[in-house]
Design a protein around this ligand. Structure first.
Ligand code: UDX
Ligand code: ADP
Length: 475
């Protein structure tokens, strides 16, 4: 779409589009680490991350960097190095928008919980609020960058809002999806496989490419049209999730045939056409992106009446739900068909290791299922705060908050957690689990002592030697 006016703003004219100030709306798992790395690599650019959540901003400003709201290896060090120099955290959204040439929208886009598209479509209300906010306060031209994962053609909606609110300034919209994975976010940002920039304005694309160009090699900065960029993000996540569901489907077959899923994954992964990554069988994928993005893809395909396309991708989610469910069912069946009144210990609550994020974590759904069967649950996770475990369970609305409180205990210490339990379920692949004193744990448990290793982190023969009844995925 052509711009209405040349790209020269009131009180400001971009000659070479040099970016001196960046604003990022949304201080979450994407905005925080991404902007920290941009600030570190561009000491001459002032980066301000803003959020409506005052508590979150206060936590980002905590002088003790071990208390930042997000745990990511390497993040605290970068924040310590840049904060107060060229990286700022603020709740003054309007000021940061107005003084910046480039604004990243990095707010959450959860699956809708109401109305049309409920349970499938992305809820774009936060993105729309940002677009309106930008349009209302901008007094100079802006490059607006979509960072949040968005359905294809969201840029159209953002454009329409920005260009129709009556503001005198020009806006360029770019799509710059984030491919970082939590737990390795800093490494992924410092060393990306590629940076994708979709847009229409060459100058705007170039100015964003220059920001990344201070550390990312040119040949890894890919430019496309807006819609390809938006769709590529959804597609990348759908393909990755599909690999996990594919190997998880095979894991069930392995359990019935004495094949070992780890061996199968290794054997197929050595085929360079298949590749070895994302073939780790597990209790099921979690995280804020995979399920949401596939549901989004399915919803979009259905909206164009592409039912075969929609059904194809939906199967990835169906398989993932099945994997979580069958893990819980196997535990119940093995414990003589009842867990009522039995203590089951969950080791790990985060959706993967090295993050404190619990969104869509398999642990939540497995625990919910076990609570329905009247189990007593104890939980230990090295990084997830106590309140988060309760709020995750309360959010499901399966039972009262009091009932969750009464039936779930959260410990700070793994040995207290597992003491006297009938079974342990390993839900997250935290490295520390491998180094526990498993003999001591065995001695402290009810017998027979069961382990259900949802991440295949422990050694089966070693566990059997100690005396455990050990079950894992696909072995
Ligand atoms: C994902 C994408 O990888 C990333 O590019 C995108 O920007 C956001 O979504 P993330 O959800 O943070 O990142 O983590 P990821 O490493 O992809 O893991 C997602 C889930 O799949 C986790 O629950 C993980 O444990 C699980 N998983 C991953 C497996 O069960 N097996 C695997 O082999 C890989
Ligand atoms: P992500 O994983 O995509 O980064 P998060 O939920 O971790 O998602 O972070 C998104 C952040 O965006 C939250 O801290 C939320 O408060 C913030 N946010 C949402 N809407 C707005 C808005 N209109 N203005 C400013 N911040 C917002």
């Amino acid at each position: 779409m052509a711009l209405k006016k040349p790209f020269t703003g009131i009180g400001k004219t971009y000659k070479n589009m040099k970016i001196t100030k960046i604003c990022c709306i949304g201080a979450g798992y994407v905005g925080g680490p991404t902007m920290a790395v941009i600030a570190k690599k561009n000491p001459n650019i002032q980066v301000t991350i803003v959020d409506i959540n005052e508590q979150r901003i206060a936590a980002w400003n905590n002088p003790d960097v071990s208390k930042l709201p997000i745990y990511e290896p390497g993040l605290a060090e970068i924040v310590e190095e840049t904060r107060g120099k060229n990286l700022f955290f603020s709740t003054n959204i309007d000021k940061a928008i107005d003084e910046s040439e480039m604004i990243f929208i990095s707010v959450n886009t959860p699956t809708k919980t109401y109305g049309k598209g409920k349970g499938m479509a992305a809820d774009l209300k936060y993105v729309e609020l940002c677009a309106r906010n930008i349009a209302e306060v901008a007094t100079s031209d802006k490059i607006v960058v979509e960072k949040s994962t968005l359905p294809v053609r969201t840029a159209q909606a953002i454009k329409s809002i920005l260009h129709n609110i009556g503001s005198q300034v020009n806006f360029h919209i770019l799509s710059n999806p984030e491919f970082l994975a939590e737990g390795t976010a800093i490494e992924d940002l410092l060393n990306p496989d590629r940076v994708l920039i979709g847009g229409e304005s060459k100058i705007a694309i170039e100015s964003l490419a220059n920001v990344y160009g201070s550390w990312v090699p040119k040949d890894r900065i890919l430019t496309t049209n807006l819609w390809s960029s938006e769709l590529s993000k959804l597609t990348a996540n759908a393909f990755l999730a599909q690999r996990v569901s594919s190997i998880n489907a095979i894991s069930e077959l392995c359990e019935h045939t004495e094949a070992n899923v780890n061996e199968v994954a290794k054997a197929i992964g050595m085929d360079s056409r298949i590749g070895s990554k994302f073939l780790k069988a597990s209790v099921g994928f979690g995280g804020s992106c995979f399920q949401k993005d596939i549901l989004n893809l399915v919803y979009i395909a259905r909206s164009y009446n592409l039912n075969e396309v929609a059904n194809y991708w939906e199967q990835v989610i169906i398989m993932n739900d099945h994997q979580k469910r069958r893990f819980a069912d196997k535990l119940i069946k093995t414990l003589y068909n009842t867990v009522s009144g039995k203590k089951i210990s969950m080791l790990g609550w985060a959706f993967k290791k090295d993050t404190n994020d619990t969104r869509e974590s398999a642990a939540i759904y497995v625990t919910d299922h076990l609570l329905n069967e009247q189990a007593k649950i104890s939980v230990y996770d090295p990084k997830v705060p106590k309140e988060k475990v309760y709020s995750d369970l309360n959010y499901l609305n399966t039972r009262t908050e009091q009932e969750n409180q009464d039936n779930v205990i959260i410990n700070d210490n793994p040995y207290d957690t597992v003491k006297d339990s009938h079974a342990i379920a390993i839900m997250t692949e935290w490295d520390e689990f491998k180094n526990y004193d498993w003999k001591k744990i065995y001695n402290d448990m009810k017998k027979p002592a069961f382990i259900f290793d949802g991440r295949n982190v422990l050694d089966k023969s070693e566990m059997n030697k100690i005396g455990f009844e050990y079950f894992s995925i696909g072995q």
